[in-house]
Ligand binder design. Structure first.
Ligand code: TYM
Length: 324
């Protein structure tokens, strides 16, 4: 079973990324042949500063390794080290109808917010389809916001197979973990860099405290029972606490007599402890100069060998000369 997923290096990792994609991806690395990558080509749709992009890629690589990505088990690489992704994207774009891309939520959202879209932003889902299809991926662990992109990838693969032969590309399946499909941010909307409501994994302790205290709650008086339905504190606590701890917090909500400030402190403490090991690992990795680049280079050469096979197969199917 081939598993694949990617993350954009557009800023520091947040806990929406972690619980939506990384944690399931880290578990899956023990169940199949996993390919995880840093989607730096995709980030060019928003970052136009070379130093910032390089810095983000480096930090994201360290963070993913610190969280438990095992480079001996998974193939971990930088997307732009495998330029075959962009070649496949071009071929796919030639069978992709424009209206399919005009209907993509992420494109519609950005244009609705007044962004003048680049061609890259418009064809973003085609490159993402290429990322997935070039490894003959079976399963793609992602958060719910990527669901439509996975549907587009399947539609494009289907179109390719109808046009050029049924075994040209393999159809992938999204793996969305319901419990963390949409992790809420501090304001209760989906946690997202573009909404400025994120909690980073490696947040400074003081800043983390400030952020947790900002989580939106209702105006129930301290002595009254608090509503558990729709509570963002509980939703976040669910992700970092065990079942008993979670049940205790729910019971305290229902009992009344405790204020939201107290509940937030409990969330803060659990969240801080949850990432303690990753923080330590991060320091260890930082102390090994060259390690991260070595891992990425090694991953890229493995990934590239697989990608070249697919590109050869597709070139042959569509009538282009062999890539070799
Ligand atoms: P990106 O970088 O925006 O997010 C990385 C992963 O984190 C998930 N995620 C969330 N999950 C739950 N709750 C949230 N609040 C939350 N915020 C983010 C995302 O669903 C994603 O799984 N287009 C992709 C990157 C990409 C990719 C790919 C992914 C490029 N090529 C091929 C899979 C396969 C993106 O922008 O993810």
């Amino acid at each position: 079973m081939r598993i694949l997923s990617g993350l954009q290096p557009t800023g520091r990792l947040h806990i929406g990324n972690y619980f939506g994609m990384m944690q399931p991806a880290l578990q899956l690395q023990h169940e199949g042949d996993a390919y995880y990558f840093i989607a730096d080509y995709h980030s060019l749709t928003v970052i136009h500063n070379a130093a910032e992009l390089r810095d983000n890629v480096y930090n994201l690589a360290i963070d993913f390794l610190a969280c438990g990505l095992d480079p001996n088990k998974s193939t971990f690489f930088r997307q732009s080290d495998v330029p075959e992704h962009t070649e496949l994207a071009w071929i796919l774009s030639c069978v992709t109808p424009v209206p399919m891309l005009e209907n993509a939520h992420s494109y519609k959202d950005k244009t609705a917010r007044g962004f003048t879209p680049s061609t890259g932003l418009f064809t973003y889902p085609v490159l993402m389809a290429a990322d997935i299809l070039i490894y003959d991926s079976d399963i793609v662990p992602v958060g719910k916001d990527q669901k439509q992109h996975l549907e587009i990838a399947r539609d494009i693969a289907t179109k390719m197979n109808l046009t050029f032969g049924e075994n040209t590309l393999k159809l992938p399946t999204a793996r969305i973990r319901e419990a963390s499909a949409i992790v809420p941010g501090l304001d209760g909307q989906k946690m997202s860099k573009s909404y400025g409501n994120t909690i980073s994994l490696f947040e400074d302790e003081k800043l983390l405290k400030k952020k947790i205290m900002r989580i939106v709650t209702d105006a129930t008086p301290v002595e009254d029972p608090k509503p558990t339905e729709g509570s963002f504190i509980l939703q976040l606590y669910r992700l970092v606490a065990n079942d008993t701890e979670y049940d205790e917090l729910v019971a305290d909500f229902q009992r009344g007599g405790t204020g939201y400030g107290d509940f937030k402190k409990r969330l803060l403490s659990k969240l801080w402890d949850f990432f303690a090991e990753a923080r330590e690992q991060r320091e260890t990795i930082l102390a090994k100069p060259g390690y991260v680049e070595d891992v990425l280079q090694h991953g890229a050469s493995k990934a590239r060998a697989v990608a070249r096979q697919t590109i050869d197969r597709v070139r042959d199917a569509v009538g282009l000369s062999s890539a070799k």
